[in-house]
Design a protein. Structure first.
Length: 416
């Protein structure tokens, strides 16, 4: 216990206090004192009885002479005023620091970054990139200097209205993103209320007229498409991706990012992790492959088996979704009026339309057709009963029929 001396301090006295073998204390008045260490350090201390804990507590005001005698006394008076109000100054200081820390963490840009970090491993990378780009270009520039707790719902309304003029579908998604972001912020204590439910969506978002993707359904035009793809002279990955999607109607993102690890040549299957699919809940997506689909992959394997992805561009990454669509444009499949416009995402609609048209030939069930496209089938109650039903073999029969239908359109037999 340091020895204590009590008398009103002066600057001259404090300067002349010499270190001793043991620490000692020189007191001022009303709880202020200075502790002199053997190493020469002189530390201001304030000792008081907590008005909330009813026990002695001690706080430090820094070292002398960096903190002057006057500054130490001024801080003591501030603390004494808090004590008179029933406030413990140590707790008040901690709360103030916590508030400053929360204010910094609640910065809108920081909360958005944390929100994206929490999603990165749960959504498809291409979706993550698009979502991130939307916030970086549309939202962050407007709100980056604000705390998320300060933002008013009318500020979000303005952002959504502007985006709705440009792209109504994106504005609708953005409103949903805002709702999730504010739920995240409330959960982690960055704000107290989710302001997004106060936005009346019907007043903000224009009515969206659903436009279906243009796709080829005329057999004579499809025949031209099949032959054009099989004789395409462009990049091998682009050609084989288009050939593959003719037979296997994957979503564009799943097609271009297909990995060799997902392909089972022996069982004629591909298995795509559920987290990479549009619908995130449920088992992994398993799709049987026809002999022709396997043959296409075997050809591609000669070129990219040393890579992670199946359809690889010259830069070593998987091809972009736009690349096959541009190839289709160059082949001349670009006129919606003539019914020959086709893009990478159109092959699913072509498949679904024509398998319905030829229902009597393959006799596949509605569920099998929907499962091939990874569509959710039935109500929640129905899915609860049928979620474990296996349609793999029925899907195999359907896709074998479909490959036969496609190959029958070839002008000449396939070599090999």
């Amino acid at each position: 216990m340091p020895k204590i001396s009590t008398s009103l301090l002066t600057d001259k006295e404090i300067k002349n206090f010499k270190p001793e073998d043991k620490p000692y204390i020189k007191s001022d008045i009303n709880g202020l004192r200075i502790l002199i260490h053997p190493d020469g350090r002189k530390i201001w201390e304030f000792v008081y009885t907590s008005p909330t804990l009813y026990k002695k507590r001690k706080s430090t005001f820094g070292t002398y002479p960096k903190t002057t005698l006057k500054e130490a006394r001024d801080k003591r008076e501030t603390y004494l005023n808090l004590i008179k109000q029933g406030i413990d100054p140590i707790d008040a200081q901690r709360e103030e620091k916590a508030e400053v820390k929360l204010q910094k963490e609640s910065d809108f840009s920081n909360v958005v970054n944390l929100w994206f970090q929490s999603q990165e491993s749960h959504i498809v990378h291409s979706t993550y990139k698009k979502k991130r780009a939307l916030f970086d270009t549309t939202v962050i520039p407007v709100l980056k200097h604000k705390s998320i707790a300060e933002i008013k719902h009318d500020e979000l309304v303005q952002i959504i209205k502007i985006k709705a003029i440009q792209t109504p579908e994106t504005a609708k998604r953005l409103l949903g993103y805002f709702h999730d972001l504010w739920q995240f912020a409330c959960t982690h204590g960055y704000c107290d209320f989710n302001i997004v439910p106060n936005i009346h969506a019907k007043s903000v978002l224009p009515k969206i007229v659903k436009k279906h993707y243009a796709c080829i359904t005329d057999p004579s035009i499809l025949k031209q498409l099949v032959n054009s793809i099989y004789t395409y002279g462009g990049h091998i990955s682009t050609k084989n991706a288009l050939k593959f999607v003719l037979h296997v109607p994957l979503r564009a993102g799943n097609l271009v990012s297909l990995k060799w690890a997902y392909v089972d040549f022996e069982k004629h299957l591909i298995t795509i992790p559920r987290k990479e699919m549009k619908a995130k809940s449920g088992d992994d997506f398993i799709l049987p492959l026809s002999d022709e689909a396997i043959a296409i992959l075997q050809e591609q394997y000669l070129y990219t088996s040393h890579k992670e992805f199946v359809f690889v561009a010259d830069n070593g990454l998987h091809i972009d979704e736009v690349t096959p669509s541009r190839a289709l444009q160059r082949m001349g499949f670009n006129n919606e009026t003539l019914g020959n416009k086709q893009r990478l995402h159109s092959f699913r609609a072509t498949f679904r339309s024509l398998v319905d048209t030829h229902q009597m030939e393959h006799r596949s069930s509605y569920e099998a057709k929907e499962k091939v496209l990874d569509h959710i089938v039935g109500s929640g109650v129905e899915r609860a009963y049928t979620q474990k039903a296996i349609y793999t073999e029925e899907m195999r029969l359907l896709l074998t029929w479909w490959s036969g239908y496609i190959l029958a359109m070839m002008d000449s037999p396939l070599k090999g």
